[in-house]
Design a protein around this ligand. Structure first.
Ligand code: XMP
Length: 511
């Protein structure tokens, strides 16, 4: 196993960033809810500990506490923000309560050198966040930095390897924050940066082989990066005992089926079954206009087919899924689940009746790390940089009833969007870009004739995690080119509009 840093999550919005920065520095890190006990943490055998920030006030009624045993593990500890206040309170220092929060940039002045400040200038901009403040540091600690408004902005007990900062080194606004985190990892905890994607691939392949033995694993492919990487990793580990199922639901974009077949089935020689279920999905979707109904029908039909395919195989014991680390954190951390706005159907979250055990080789990874693994595995850019594509596919982009005719209009228009985004270099700059077929017709003129035809909406957004998004400021010339090509080349379309709404209050998809 690589070195491991455990981050205890006290509920800050940016705890994930701590994990990411540490991993970017080449050290594996995991986030655990603040209810974890010292014994549980000891069993995980970490080499260092970070206490995150959080919204609570240490004196508050439901404020999370620090298990003192965590400080007896004999490993270095870094407290950030609330983590610093917890350390102060637990170790006998004194805090001043405050009802107002100071939040924003501040100039940090280093007042006493520690290894945490190695190569950090004496004054440096940091992102401050605090309500309560430290008045007296605990015995054995000294103040190591201040700001104009805060006498104790950082403190340290070098002998015990305990360091604390009142600001957020993990956010980009803290100019030397990354260096400070690296100092904690390499100067204080003396870790080696051994978290690399090639070592990850090696380890996962070995672990999977050991776990699965000669049993069989089934895996639903969606054509996206996550399930593709899962399939390639498992293929390396267990070869023919992996059974991949790709369902052609008739709701895919142009050439998608051929691309999956050629890359995974032909080039990589993965055990792949492509199920042609186009008619079955379209029959079930006939006459259905409600977006949520469409999603449910597609989800259920997918499960039925997956189940039927599984029955044709030898005894299967495992289901492989492309679960990523952020999903894992969502379910373990102290945060409540965020509201479900649309019932997302993802291939993979599948059939309970099958009583399969899960294999989730990517559950330790952030999305950017999955991309690195995909590169490490030699997958082409078309997979590594593929934009997200919803499980219900084009069905939620054909507004209103989904028919073969309307799907082919959308597919042709969408192909042009993809082509032009790629050719102009914008494909990788935006989060998602696609066409939507609207459920209305408008009047146009072509030559001497009046036309009455479909409208395509162009939806292109910038986002970091799809939770919020803004419409992309594409160059007008590019929008003009896409619009011109769609109207000229896709018969049945005489108008293209550009969607200029952000999320919230709109959503990225139109249904
Ligand atoms: P919205 O439209 O909710 O989309 O802003 C956020 C992200 O999720 C994708 N999306 C889906 N993905 N099944 C999926 O697998 C779905 O039903 C679904 N609906 C939306 C959307 O493409 C965007 O990336």
């Amino acid at each position: 196993m690589p070195n491991k840093v455990i981050i205890i999550d006290y509920g800050s919005q940016v705890t994930q960033l701590i994990a990411r920065r540490i991993r970017e520095a080449g050290v594996y890190s995991e986030i655990h809810a603040c209810t974890v006990t010292a014994d549980e943490v000891r069993a995980m055998q970490p080499q260092a500990l970070v206490l995150s920030g959080g919204p609570a006030s240490v004196g508050g009624a439901d404020a999370p506490k620090l298990d003192k045993g965590l400080l007896e593990l004999g490993i270095p500890v870094l407290g950030i923000c609330y983590g610093m206040q917890l350390l102060t309170d637990t170790l006998g220092g004194r805090l001043a309560q405050s009802h107002t929060r100071e939040y924003g940039p501040a100039m940090l002045q280093i007042t006493s050198q520690t290894p945490l400040w190695k190569n950090v200038p004496e004054t440096t901009k940091v992102w401050m966040s605090h309500g309560d403040r430290v008045l007296d540091v605990p015995a054995g600690f000294r103040v190591t930095a201040r700001t104009d408004t805060l006498d104790v902005a950082a403190m340290a007990n070098e002998e015990r390897g305990i360091y604390a900062v009142q600001f957020h080194p993990e956010v980009h606004h803290s100019v030397d924050g990354t260096r400070m985190l690296e100092n904690f990892l390499f100067e204080i905890a003396h870790l080696t940066p051994d978290w690399t994607m090639s070592s990850f691939v090696e380890r996962v392949v070995e672990e999977t082989r050991a776990k699965v033995g000669d049993k069989h694993v089934i895996c639903a492919l969606s054509g996206g990066i996550d399930s593709t990487v899962v399939a390639v990793l498992l293929n390396k580990a267990i070869g023919r005992n992996l059974h991949c199922i790709f369902v052609n639901n008739g709701l895919l974009r142009a050439h998608e089926v051929e691309e999956v077949q050629s890359l995974l089935g032909d080039n990589l020689d993965i055990n792949l079954t492509v199920v042609d279920a186009r008619k079955r999905f379209l029959d079930k979707l006939q006459g259905v206009e409600d977006p949520e109904k469409k999603r449910k029908i597609i989800g259920h039909t997918f499960i039925e087919i997956f189940d039927e395919e599984a029955k044709k195989l030898p005894q299967v014991d495992y289901l492989a899924q492309g679960t990523l680390y952020p999903d894992v954190i969502e379910s373990v951390s102290s945060k409540g689940p965020s509201a479900v706005i649309k019932s997302h159907h993802n291939v993979g979250g599948l059939p309970e009746t099958m009583k399969l055990q899960l294999i989730e080789p990517l559950r330790e990874l952030f999305k950017d790390e999955v991309r690195k693994v995909a590169k490490e595995l030699g997958l082409p850019d078309s997979i590594v940089w593929r934009q997200p594509f919803p499980g219900p596919g084009l069905a939620i982009r054909v507004l209103g009833e989904v028919t073969e005719d309307r799907l082919s209009i959308l597919r042709a228009a969408d192909s042009i969007v993809q082509e032009e985004l790629k050719a102009s270099g914008w494909y990788r700059k935006v989060w998602q870009g696609f066409a939507v077929l609207l459920p209305l017709k408008t009047v146009g003129v072509m030559g001497d004739d009046r036309t009455y035809e479909h409208v395509i909406a162009l939806r292109v957004v910038d986002s970091v995690d799809a939770m919020t998004a803004d419409w992309s400021r594409l160059p007008h010339d590019l929008v003009a080119k896409i619009s011109g090509r769609i109207i000229n080349e896709v018969s049945g379309v005489n108008r293209v509009v550009y969607d200029v709404s952000s999320k919230p209050p709109s959503t990225i998809e139109w249904e």
